[in-house]
Design a protein around this ligand. Structure first.
Ligand code: 5GP
Length: 183
């Protein structure tokens, strides 16, 4: 198989995955970020088809049934999945693809595509992660608590990844991601 690289970026909610990936893509627009489907409600400013495809639980079910997902997972009370077709098309056309997904999805990709390379974005400290998740104000206190509990599990699994990048500086992390992708 001669397709372009598939790179999975994972790490706890609040670590800054979206910011780092956006920075990497603005530095290297030849890389494509997959758009996931989710049953989560849009946050303020999020656009359907850009940030996510916002779907109903029924729509998500039917996508699962028709094997449309490369991987999918339940996270903090919602479901998230990577549509398979667009990823395959880009890679076949020689375009490197980034998936920004949580741990269970990363594990599924590892099994289904052993050529995929997995990078874990870690916070400089637990306190920084807590402050970022609480401070961004996009989730209720209850939802933040659920995400922090998930974060403990995700941090414990970072040894499963091919590389770990500590996100102390967005530009440096974005460069490390691009080096990893092209390396
Ligand atoms: P958020 O609700 O903060 O946008 O995303 C919650 C978590 O789900 C984040 O860790 C994010 O990376 C992850 N996520 C987003 N899309 C997908 C996906 O398609 N599959 C999986 N497994 N996780 C995803």
């Amino acid at each position: 198989m001669n397709s372009a690289p598939l790179v999975v970026v994972s790490g706890p909610s609040g670590v800054g995955k979206s910011t780092v990936v956006a920075e990497a893509i603005s530095a290297d627009p030849g890389v494509w970020l997959s758009v996931s489907a989710t049953t989560r409600a849009p946050r303020e400013g999020e656009v359907d088809g850009v940030n996510y495809f916002f779907v109903s639980p029924d729509q998500f079910d039917s996508m699962v049934e028709s094997s449309e997902f490369l991987e999918w997972a339940q996270f903090a009370g919602n479901r998230y999945g990577t549509p398979r077709g667009p990823v395959q098309e880009r890679r076949a056309a020689g375009i490197p693809v980034i998936l920004e997904i949580e741990l269970q999805g990363a594990r599924q990709v590892r099994v289904s595509d052993p050529t995929a390379r997995l990078v874990f974005l870690a916070p400089p400290s637990w306190e920084v992660l807590e402050a970022r998740l609480t401070g961004r104000g996009t989730e209720s206190a209850e939802a933040v608590a659920v995400r922090l509990a998930a974060a403990r599990e995700e941090l414990a699994a970072q040894g499963e990844f091919d590389d770990v990048v500590v996100n102390a500086d967005v530009q440096e992390s974005a460069q490390a991601l691009l080096d990893f992708l092209h390396g």
